[in-house]
Write a protein that binds this ligand. Structure first.
Ligand SMILES: Nc1nc2c(c(=O)[nH]1)N(C=O)[C@@H](CNc1ccc(C(=O)N[C@@H](CCC(=O)O)C(=O)O)cc1)CN2
Ligand SMILES: Nc1ncnc2c1ncn2[C@@H]1O[C@H](COP(=O)(O)OP(=O)(O)OP(=O)(O)O)[C@@H](O)[C@H]1O
Length: 206
């Protein structure tokens, strides 16, 4: 896919592009997904930041998303602390990151995504995370990202852009088919500094 979009495009146009990108992702076979997940796992584990024990925010992949289950397990086996997103019960459209381990209890959130049950002592402040693996629906040649449309990661990344989490490195994970030359960009969109696909580590930091 190689299309040009104007800045501040309309919401219907954004929605249409989101649908197209979701459809492209859905067409991948089980074997292609597995292969992509394996290639990405290797690239993530090779990141310079992960050569010492880290605190990592990941996500629990669902449906046609880039699978993260094996990667999440591998990260734990390598001695990293793992946290997963929980929808904030009070502050609408915000995320909390919760430390998970073999004692974690699980529930399904409003989107049908498994998340650890909220226990305040397990909340990992974003200031304490070193790496945040970010799910996405599409990304472009500038690192702009499009997600599921809830603005959850936009809000999380807004704090990062403002310098609130100096030790945090966001990294998007994506299939190659999620790349578009240019995404419509909105004021609240925070470009990702890096995106990892099965074939490439995109580094937008200049
Ligand atoms: N695995 C995973 N966990 C995640 C996210 C994600 O993208 N992936 N999120 C990232 O923000 C947050 C949850 N945000 C979400 C926002 C919307 C929908 C969703 O399914 N919305 C529509 C369908 C959209 C469509 O098909 O066009 C729905 O409710 O049916 C899912 C998750 C936190 N956890
Ligand atoms: N930092 C922010 N503060 C307030 N509202 C925001 C912020 N970021 C995004 N939003 C709101 O969230 C809504 C969803 O934004 P958008 O469609 O870009 O989500 P997305 O990036 O696809 O989703 P997600 O970040 O959950 O993956 C927008 O209507 C926008 O107004």
């Amino acid at each position: 896919m190689n299309r040009q979009f104007t800045q501040n495009s309309s919401q219907p146009e954004r929605q249409q592009l989101r649908r197209e990108l979701l459809a492209a992702r859905k067409q991948l076979s089980a074997a292609e997904r597995e292969q992509a997940a394996g290639a990405i796992e290797e690239r993530v584990l090779a990141l310079a930041e992960l050569q010492q024990p880290c605190s990592i925010g990941s996500y629990y992949s669902v449906r046609a998303e880039l699978p993260t289950h094996a990667l999440n397990q591998e990260l734990q086996h390598h001695g990293h602390q793992l946290a997963l997103p929980v929808l904030h019960p009070i502050v609408h459209h915000h995320l909390l990151m919760l430390h998970i381990d073999e004692h974690s209890e699980w529930r399904h959130n409003d989107y049908g995504i498994p998340e650890p049950k909220l226990q305040c002592q397990r909340v990992v402040p974003l200031q304490q995370l070193n790496l945040l693996l970010v799910p996405l629906v599409g990304f472009d040649a500038q690192g702009n990202r499009m997600g599921m449309g809830g603005g959850f990661y936009d809000r999380t990344l807004a704090g990062w852009r403002a310098g609130l989490y100096p030790n945090l490195q966001p990294v998007g994970l994506a299939y190659d088919c999620q790349f578009v030359e240019r995404l419509p960009s909105e004021a609240w969109d925070v470009p990702l500094p890096r995106v990892i696909t099965p074939t490439k580590v995109w580094d937008f930091r200049g």
